[in-house]
Design a protein around this ligand. Structure first.
Ligand code: M6R
Length: 367
C-alpha cells in the first residue's frame, strides 16, 4: 500500500529506520550477535571445513556483496572474494566442499543468481542465501537461508533491500568472527554497537538530508552526465549511487575510484560537469581532498558528502551535504540515503515513472 506517498520508491527510502529495525530484530542481545540460521548451518558444516568465501549477486545485491567482503576482510582470517553472479556461473575458479558461497538476492528469483547457486552446489560448495523471500527459488536451493526481513520492496530500484543486505552481511561477519581469532574485542564491540544503532542513525540521516535534498537535486538539472567518486567503501557506494541515477533518472552517471580519475576520466571533466565526491572514510579523507582539488582545477562542479563536524572538504567543494557519523565499515548504509533521495528527486523532477523505470523489471528471471 502506498498510503500517503506518491511513489513506492520514496516510501521505501523513508521506511528504512523500520526495515532496519526489523532486520535487526532479536539478532543483537546483550551486545552479542545471534543468527540462529547460521548457527545451525555451521553446526552441521563446521567453520574449519571452509577455506574461502565467495559472495555473489547482481546490481545492488552485488554492491552490498562488495561491502560485505570489505567487512569480512577486516574481521576474518581467510580469503573472501566477490563476483557478479552472471560472471561467476561461467568463469569461477576451482570450487569444492571447502568453499562457502553466499548468494545475495532481494527477490530470491534472479536467474543469474539462481544459475550461479546451482553451479556452486554442483561443484560441491556449501551455500547461504541472504534474501528477502524465504520461499523463493534461490532460498530453496540454499543450504542455509538468512532472511533480510526488510518487508516487501515494490519499487524496481532497490533501496531498503540494500541497507538490510549490508546489515545482514555485517551480522554474519561478526558471527563468523566469533569462530576465528577476533581482530580485537573492542573493535567488535564498537561494530556491534554501531550496527545496533543503525535504525536511529538512518532516521537522523533522513531528517538531515530531506530538507537539503531539493537544492542538492538541482545539481542534476539539465545534465546528462554525472560522476561519482570515492575511495575504499565510498567507491563501492559511488557504484550504487550511479546505478540508482541511471535506473530512475536515466542519467549517464558513472562511478570512479577517486584516485583513478587522473588516469583517463579527467579528460571528461570540463567546466560545470557535476561530480559527487563521497568522503566518509576517515583514513582516506586527505587523499580525497587532493583528488577533489584536481577536479576543481578543471572547474568541475563538486558536491561533497561527508560526516557532520568534519571540515576537511569545506574549502574545496562547491556544495556540501553533511550526514551523521557511525562506524566507518557501515557508513555505506548511512551515506546511501542522500544518494537514494537524489535519484528519486532527479527522476520525479524529470517526470519519469520512478517505480517502474523503462526497460527494467523488479526481478529478472532470464539470464
Ligand atoms: O532481487 P535481486 O537482489 O537478486 O536483484 C538484483 C538486481 O537485479 C537488482 O538489485 C537491481 O540492480 C536493482 N533494480 C537496482 O536498484
Amino acid at each position: 500500500l502506498l498510503n500517503d506517498y506518491d511513489h513506492f520508491m520514496l516510501k521505501e527510502i523513508l521506511e528504512q529506520p523500520s526495515s532496519l529495525k526489523s532486520t535487526l530484530n532479536n539478532r543483537i542481545k546483550n551486545k552479542q550477535v545471534y543468527l540462529p540460521e547460521a548457527e545451525l548451518f555451521f553446526r552441521e558444516h563446521p567453520y574449519q571445513q571452509f577455506r574461502k568465501i565467495d559472495i555473489i549477486g547482481n546490481g545492488t545485491s552485488y554492491h552490498s556483496g562488495i561491502i560485505g567482503k570489505s567487512i569480512m576482510d577486516k574481521l576474518l582470517s581467510f580469503p573472501v572474494e566477490v563476483s557478479l553472479s552472471s560472471e561467476f556461473t561461467y568463469e569461477h575458479g576451482k570450487l569444492s566442499e571447502q568453499h562457502l558461497v553466499i548468494v545475495v538476492s532481494q527477490s530470491g528469483e534472479t536467474a543469474d543468481s539462481l544459475t550461479a547457486i546451482k553451479e556452486a552446489k554442483a561443484n560441491g560448495a556449501k551455500t547461504i542465501a541472504i534474501t528477502n523471500n524465504k520461499r523463493s527459488n534461490i532460498a530453496r536451493q540454499a543450504d542455509c537461508i538468512i532472511p533480510m526481513n526488510a518487508g516487501p520492496e515494490q519499487a524496481v530500484a532497490a533501496t531498503k533491500a540494500y541497507t538490510s543486505q549490508i546489515t545482514v552481511l555485517s551480522l554474519l561477519a561478526i558471527h563468523l568472527c566469533k569462530k576465528t581469532e577476533e581482530p580485537s574485542p573492542n573493535f567488535i564491540k564498537e561494530l556491534i554497537e554501531a550496527v545496533q544503532t543503525l535504525p536511529e542513525i538512518v532516521k537522523q540521516t533522513l531528517v538531515m538530508t530531506e530538507d537539503a535534498i531539493d537544492s542538492f537535486a538541482q545539481v542534476t538539472n539539465d545534465q546528462t552526465n554525472l560522476f561519482l567518486i570515492g575511495r575504499g567503501l565510498d567507491y563501492v557506494l559511488a557504484l550504487e549511487g550511479a546505478l540508482k541515477l541511471q535506473e530512475v533518472a536515466y542519467l549517464h552517471a558513472n562511478a570512479y575510484a577517486a584516485g583513478e580519475v587522473k588516469h583517463g576520466t579527467m579528460a571528461l571533466i570540463t567546466p560545470g560537469v557535476p561530480v559527487i565526491a563521497l568522503a566518509t572514510q576517515p583514513h582516506l579523507k586527505d587523499k580525497m581532498v587532493s583528488n577533489i582539488r584536481e577536479l576543481k582545477t578543471r572547474d568541475g562542479y563538486v558536491v561533497g558528502i561527508t560526516n557532520v563536524g568534519d571540515d576537511a572538504l569545506t574549502d574545496v567543494v562547491d556544495e556540501i551535504m553533511y550526514i551523521p557519523e557511525t562506524h566507518p565499515l557501515i557508513m555505506p548504509i548511512v551515506a546511501a540515503i542522500p544518494l537514494q533521495l537524489l535519484a528519486y528527486y532527479s527522476g520525479t523532477v524529470r517526470g519519469y515513472n520512478v517505480d517502474r523505470p523503462r526497460n527494467l523489471a523488479k526481478s529478472l528471471t532470464v539470464e
